[in-house]
Design a protein around this ligand. Structure first.
Ligand code: PLP
Length: 403
């Protein structure tokens, strides 16, 4: 959780600026706020880092996905291709804008593959909600070729890939709209927060209005603002934006440390023949928040997890059995357990979610173990961790030979 590791004086200073004026609301109150506009500054910092033409901060990464979808025109009845390996918020956002998630295969990039997307396309497919997983990125040349060939709308959930880029273009900026999460576990945190990015002026205006009851945000009298569209309240507060601002300024420093640690770990672990790594479509653009190990098969990965637990190695995720990141555990989705009826229940579920044929995804996620990289690690800690990982993997492999 790199961002939270560096919480300190800079974050407190930005928060105090807001507390001095008491204007916790991001819009209006021009006199009282004395020139303090943290949400605007946070957005400017995100634009500076990513090169996005427009950025709009909202209350969470989840509401950022929902806003990005709506601002791209995705709504009731639209079929949207999504990955079965993602934080569940991606799928929830598609469902709650009234659209229909269609699951497609990922590959060793841990993201939807061009091949997977193409196989899932039907005459009703409207969009792809691509997720850049585990700090890396999808193979964008191949994905864009399929998206353009079939004239699909691309929305990017770069919730886990803020500051990652592919051939010089930042994640979130390939599609019509994209978004990042700034929750407590991401490379930079706002406490809770998200940012929608786009290079499309109309999509930006939709995002701005959609996330604040349709307000056009023109003029200084909020009560008299016009409503170009219907919207809802997904606003970020100035306090959260203040933290997000201070954290975003630290991202270049976090990236440098993450990449250094990941290079050391990868170098040391390359000597262990049973270990390979998730494919990084552009290694230079990796945000390096995770070291993503691929073991030879699911059994070896599961045994390696046992060895880690036995040896007291922590700080890793085995997503295959994780409740929130992989479809195998999403019984609520498979059984469509909802508090109130969703559009997809009225319009018809496009796939049998309980019996998806996704062998490639099962294989890749079954083999995957991800270590969160801490930017505050010392070189000695990194070297020691590599040694413990290699020892556990050897142990797990030796156990396989005996049994
Ligand atoms: C974290 C995350 C989200 C949700 O973000 P929150 O800020 O926790 O709401 C959405 N998508 C992905 C891929 C994420 O990793």
């Amino acid at each position: 959780m790199p961002g939270t590791e560096l919480f300190g004086a800079e974050e407190r200073k930005e928060i105090m600026d807001v507390l001095e004026t008491g204007v916790l609301f991001r819009f209006n109150h021009d006199q009282q706020r004395k020139g303090i506009w943290k949400a605007l500054e946070f957005e400017a910092e995100v634009k500076k880092l990513t090169g996005a033409r427009y950025a709009h901060a909202v209350s969470s990464g989840s509401t950022a996905v929902a806003t990005a979808l709506a601002a791209a025109g995705i709504g009731a009845g639209d079929e949207v291709i999504v990955p079965p390996f993602t934080y569940v918020a991606t799928v929830e956002a598609v469902l709650f804008v009234g659209a229909k998630p269609v699951f497609a295969e990922i590959d060793e990039t841990l993201c939807l593959s061009a091949e997977g997307i193409e196989k899932a396309i039907t005459p009703s497919t409207r969009a792809v909600c691509l997720v850049h997983m585990c700090g890396g990125m999808a193979d964008m040349d191949a994905v864009m070729a399929v998206v353009n060939k079939h004239r699909l709308i691309l929305v990017e959930d770069a919730g886990q890939a803020f500051a990652a880029s592919y051939k010089g273009v930042y994640t979130g900026l390939f599609g019509k709209t994209g978004c990042y999460s700034f929750d407590f576990f991401k490379i930079a945190t706002a406490g809770e927060g998200g940012v929608v990015v786009t290079n499309d002026e109309q999509a930006y205006h939709y995002a701005d209005s959609y996330s604040d009851h349709g307000h056009d945000h023109i003029g200084s009298n909020r009560g008299m603002e016009k409503h170009p569209i219907l919207g809802f309240n997904y606003r970020i507060s100035e306090l959260h934006a203040a933290v997000g601002l201070a954290q975003t300024r630290k991202v270049p420093q976090i990236l440098e440390a993450n990449r250094r640690h990941k290079k050391t770990l990868t170098g040391l672990l390359s000597n262990t023949p049973e270990i390979s790594f998730a494919r990084i479509a552009d290694p230079q653009g990796d945000s390096a928040t995770f070291l993503n190990l691929l073991l030879p098969d699911t059994e070896t990965a599961a045994r390696t997890v046992e060895e880690f637990n036995r040896a007291g190695v922590s700080g890793f995720n085995y997503w295959y059995t994780n409740m929130y990141h992989f479809i195998n555990q999403w019984d609520h989705l498979k059984e469509m357990r909802t508090a109130s009826k969703l559009a997809v229940e009225v319009l018809g579920v496009p796939q049998n979610y309980a019996q998806l044929d996704i062998p490639k995804t099962q294989e890749v996620v079954g083999r995957l173990i991800s270590f969160g990289i801490r930017c505050t690690w010392s070189e000695e800690e990194v070297v020691a961790l590599a040694g413990r990982i290699a020892a556990c993997v050897r142990q797990a492999t030796a156990a396989a030979l005996v049994s």
